[in-house]
Design a protein around this ligand. Structure first.
Ligand code: SF4
Ligand code: SF4
Length: 93
């Protein structure tokens, strides 16, 4: 669905595996400090300075790197409690 609420609501982190699959993650995201890095947290995708959404969210609310988006995005389920929470927070019915 083209609402994009989950791409501009919760903190989003990509892994090294995600960045290997999609090199733009290293360009657009911020590398997490070494002492904070884990298997699931390597690049911060949101929030980022001066952006109100993930850098890959297009104006039409679709993902610019949909085919190679991070695993956390691929696992995010439309209609899940988190999806409903994101939509609620942003006032999307
Ligand atoms: S990578 Fe794509 S799906 Fe993931 S948060 Fe960014 S815009 Fe949304
Ligand atoms: S998963 Fe939910 S919050 Fe994310 S774009 Fe789809 S409908 Fe919106």
């Amino acid at each position: 669905m083209d609402c994009g609420a989950c791409c501009r609501c919760f903190p989003i982190f990509a892994t090294e595996e995600d960045a290997a699959l999609e090199p733009q993650i290293k360009e657009k995201g911020i590398r997490v400090e070494n002492f904070l890095r884990t298997d699931r947290v390597a690049y911060r995708m949101y929030p980022l300075p001066f952006l109100d959404a993930c850098a890959f969210l297009k104006e039409d609310k679709l993902c610019r790197i949909y085919e190679t988006r991070p695993e956390v995005c691929r696992k995010f389920e439309p209609g899940s409690d988190q999806c409903i929470e994101a939509r609620h927070r942003l006032g999307i019915a």
